[in-house]
Design a binder for this molecule. Sequence first.
Ligand code: SF4
Ligand code: F3S
Length: 107
Amino acid sequence: MTFVVTENCIKCKFTDCVDVCPVDCFHEGPNFLVIDPDECIDCTLCEPECPAEAIFAEDEVPEGMENFIELNAELSQKWPSITEVKDPLPDADEWNGKSGKLQYLEK
Ligand code: SF4
Ligand code: F3S
């Protein structure tokens, strides 16, 4: 199994998740992070750290967000690794919790 970053990370990118991952399996795009499913060891540490509650175990991804499982797998192969926390995106608090953010995903 793996953990999966879902829609509410988009335009927030708080990066608290990166700090706790023991295997450095997060990858960073312009306004979203993903988890490499081949590297994730299911330690569960990142899930409670995300202020946007965007991280779920693969088998607990909310209905309608199943497409993020494939997106994490795909984009983690393309984007560089991120291993250190950085500032969230400028309007992160404003975007936290908004729906329909997939349209803003920058690849
Ligand atoms: Fe990293 Fe653990 Fe989260 Fe997987 S579950 S992404 S290994 S912190
Ligand atoms: Fe995104 Fe949450 Fe990490 S907003 S960058 S998954 S802490």
